[in-house]
Design a protein around this ligand. Structure first.
Ligand SMILES: *[C@@H]1O[C@H](CO)[C@@H](O)[C@H](O)[C@H]1NC(C)=O
Ligand SMILES: *[C@@H]1O[C@H](CO)[C@@H](O)[C@H](O)[C@H]1NC(C)=O
Ligand SMILES: *[C@@H]1O[C@H](CO)[C@@H](O)[C@H](O)[C@H]1NC(C)=O
Ligand SMILES: *[C@@H]1O[C@H](CO)[C@@H](O)[C@H](O)[C@H]1NC(C)=O
Ligand SMILES: *[C@@H]1O[C@H](CO)[C@@H](O)[C@H](O)[C@H]1NC(C)=O
Ligand SMILES: *[C@@H]1O[C@H](CO)[C@@H](O)[C@H](O)[C@H]1NC(C)=O
Length: 181
């Protein structure tokens, strides 16, 4: 992937969207289970009522370097089957919506190199299946929710270049890669 014109050409309304580049559907149900856009310069934002949020069977959502901007709307909570959320290298701003706590299947959360800010919502403590979290290079502040002991699967946690205060309990990461500066 990476060839913008090739991708855009495949997004042809008269063809089955399951055949579009970056779109993967479940063979049985026909539901969209994965969207993966990498270096596709969409230059757009997530509107709260976007059709995107109706794809409630999505398991993987990747927008890597897509020139996306604006806040993440609370409709994010519709993705209750999501296991991977990758929004690395965009221009997202503002806090994460509390509804992120609805993404209880989430294992990979990659939000680095954006302009996210504010506190990590308390509902984050709901995301007990997380195994990899990367929050590098944002403006997140304050501390993480206190109850991190529930994160039994966490193997990688990185939050360098933010505005976090205080220290992180090392114990909350198992095999332990923790990097916070
Ligand atoms: C879209 O797909 C249809 C059917 O395959 C084809 O006839 C048409 O040329 C395609 N349009 C574009 C813009 O590629
Ligand atoms: C991105 O979208 C904005 C608003 O629609 C527009 O003003 C700007 O020129 C676009 N930038 C690029 C690189 O397409
Ligand atoms: C969330 O999913 C429900 C069920 O598909 C849908 O009715 C609703 O519009 C979705 N919410 C948003 C904000 O898209
Ligand atoms: C989602 O991503 C994970 C991790 O990269 C991968 O193992 C899995 O097969 C992907 N699932 C789908 C439906 O693409
Ligand atoms: C959380 O997910 C459920 C479905 O699992 C949905 O009915 C509900 O609206 C979602 N809540 C939010 C805040 O998105
Ligand atoms: C936490 O997850 C439960 C389901 O396990 C859900 O009912 C609840 O709404 C979630 N909390 C938040 C704040 O999303």
């Amino acid at each position: 992937m990476g060839d913008v014109s090739l991708s855009l050409r495949s997004w042809n309304k008269s063809s089955d969207y399951c055949s579009w580049i970056g779109v993967k559907c479940d063979a049985k149900s026909g539901k969209v289970v994965s969207l993966s856009f990498i270096f596709i310069h969409l230059n757009n934002s997530f509107k709260p009522n976007s059709g995107l949020f109706k794809l409630q069977y999505l398991q993987n959502l990747t927008f890597y370097n897509c020139y996306l901007y604006g806040e993440i709307p609370s409709s994010l909570g519709n993705f209750s089957h999501l296991t991977l959320l990758e929004l690395t290298q965009n221009n997202f701003v503002g806090p994460l919506p509390a509804s992120i706590g609805n993404l209880t299947q989430l294992r990979y959360l990659r939000l680095s190199q954006n302009s996210f800010s504010g506190k990590i919502p308390n509902s984050f403590a709901n995301l007990t299946k997380l195994s990899e979290v990367n929050l590098d290079n944002n403006y997140f502040e304050s501390t993480l929710p206190p109850d991190m002991s529930r994160f039994h699967s966490l193997e990688y946690f990185s939050a360098s270049a933010n505005s976090f205060l205080g220290s992180f309990p090392r114990s909350f990461v198992h095999e332990s890669f923790v990097e916070i500066r």
